[in-house]
Design a protein around this ligand. Structure first.
Ligand code: NDP
Ligand code: 2IT
Length: 450
């Protein structure tokens, strides 16, 4: 593959930055994708002539709204609501909702931009979107979360629909929040439809959707390991986060014979040299999903150590799976991982590695599965939930898991197809970016100037 034309890249980025000032995470995501795509586009001028990239970095629609709600003391609270409808070339907008105090336009635009390519990689017909709010569910009562969700949906409902835009969960949005959001949508529209994914199993949800992102990131890592004749058997695995993605990555890694020695939250990380087995994980799930406690509490129950205010990347491991948030592995931490013998990084989170960290992985030629490929199992299974809703049928656990597994194997093959360099090294960043781009770009060309 040709080298990146630095001048073209810099010119392109200068325009993106001028048009979207201070949206630093969005600039970061676009820079990475465009670096991969420019050499490919130079060989396929139909895309540059139609300004496909320039169109892709501009959302089709951006919705910003006020979310007023009453807290338990009867005091009025106001939060920001967002939905970015990024690209609908290959299907309805699809992507999660993030509830976290750090949420802003730049973060949601980076997530929506990544989502477009990720959803394309799944092979399912889904466009890309993302939304959320700066509301912080931490420390709120169930009633407060419900009132917030009802207010949020009282505006969002007019913009979404099962054939228009189908939100789901992300940080701070799990089964509880999807339930409250779905209830309010149904009430406002007088319609029971698959407008959200991640629904409860009794009311239109899919088996394996809760597990899907963590399982998928593990299946992806397994495929990467296979290219070097390796497997999870006996591998030491460092995982960050302790929410939805981290929990089910821990479960699947353990089932495949690996030993997970770390988990974390925003307060710090736990290290358990004996491994976080199924019994310990069941306790963590209760702690995090029901009691909504802190990961530090693990140590009083099971031993090991808690390292306050730190991330787990200094721990010796064979495989690292960042499953918390963006930019949670920096250059120094990436170097530490490689120095300690880490051979694979599979990203459960979106953009958890800084650009400098990614350079370290690539230059060290370790196996590196970027988020848009490695964590696509979540949205892929959302796509399977949409299919089941349309059919008005539910597939068995085995059927959904088999489809998820096959999709992850296929995404890996797409990365190999588009990312294998002349020296045989698989650059999964290029593979995922080009593999995701082609279908969206061809659909945009076919649909004219929209
Ligand atoms: P959860 O809300 O279930 O869990 C998030 C975890 O990450 C918590 O342990 C949280 O700790 C930690 N975390 C969040 N923000 C920060 C931060 N700023 N610094 C340190 N730790 C942080 O979210 P998910 O597990 O669903 O999402 C995790 C990642 O996976 C995100 O990047 C998300 O975009 C991505 N993802 C999720 C998918 C899904 O289906 N849910 C699909 C694909 C990707 P604390 O409790 O202290 O905040
Ligand atoms: O980042 C993601 O892919 C998600 N949060 C899941 C989106 C979805 O629609 O299931």
């Amino acid at each position: 593959m040709a080298n990146v034309n630095e001048k073209k890249l810099n010119d392109f980025m200068a325009k993106v930055i001028a048009k979207n000032p201070s949206e630093i995470e969005f600039h970061q995501a676009v820079h990475e994708v465009v670096s991969s795509l420019l050499p490919y586009i130079e060989e396929h001028p139909q895309y540059s002539e139609a300004k496909i990239l320039e169109r892709m970095v501009e959302p089709e629609r951006t919705i910003l709204f006020r979310v007023p709600w009453l807290d338990d003391k009867g005091e009025v609270q106001i939060n920001k609501g967002f939905r970015i409808e990024m690209n609908s070339a290959i299907g309805p907008y699809k992507g999660g909702l993030r509830f976290h105090p750090t949420v802003n336009l730049g973060i949601l635009k980076f997530l929506a931009f990544e989502q477009v390519l990720k959803n394309s990689l799944t092979t399912l017909p889904m466009g890309g979107g993302k939304g959320g709010t700066d509301f912080d569910p931490k420390g709120k009562s169930d009633n407060e979360v419900m009132r917030f969700c009802q207010s949020f949906m009282s505006e969002l409902f007019r913009h979404i629909g099962p054939n228009t835009d189908v939100p789901a969960g992300d940080i701070g949005v799990g089964g509880r929040e999807i339930g409250f959001l779905f209830g309010q949508y149904k009430r406002l529209r007088n319609e029971f439809t698959g407008v959200l994914t991640g629904k409860g199993i009794e009311w239109g949800g899919s088996l394996v959707r809760p597990e899907a992102t963590g399982y998928g990131a593990t299946y992806f890592a397994e495929e990467m390991l296979k290219t070097r004749g390796q497997s999870f058997k006996g591998k030491i695995v460092a995982i960050s986060g302790s929410g939805n993605v981290a929990q089910y990555a821990t479960e699947k890694v353990t089932q495949l014979g690996g030993k997970v020695v770390t988990l974390s939250d925003s307060s710090g990380y736990i290290y358990d040299a004996n491994g976080i087995d199924a019994v310990k994980l069941a306790w963590i799930m209760q702690l995090k999903n029901v009691k909504r406690g802190r990961i530090a509490e693990y140590v009083a129950k099971f031993g090991g150590s808690f390292v306050e205010g730190e991330r787990p990347w200094g721990v010796k491991c064979d495989v690292a799976m960042p499953c918390a948030t963006q930019n949670e592995i920096n250059e120094e931490e990436a170097k530490l991982l490689v120095k300690n013998g880490c051979i694979a990084v599979s990203e459960g989170a979106n953009m958890p590695s800084t650009p400098e960290a990614v350079d370290v992985y690539i230059n060290s030629k370790i196996l590196y599965g970027p988020g848009k490929a490695a964590n696509a199992g979540g949205v892929a299974t959302s796509g399977l939930e949409m299919s089941q809703n349309s059919l008005r049928l539910s597939w068995t656990r085995e059927e959904v898991d088999a489809r998820l597994h096959q999709i992850m194997v296929d995404i890996h093959s797409t990365c190999v197809k588009y990312g294998t360099q002349s020296d045989g090294f698989i650059n999964y960043v290029n593979g995922a970016n080009i593999g995701g781009f082609v279908k969206v770009a061809d659909a945009m060309l076919a649909q004219g100037l929209v």
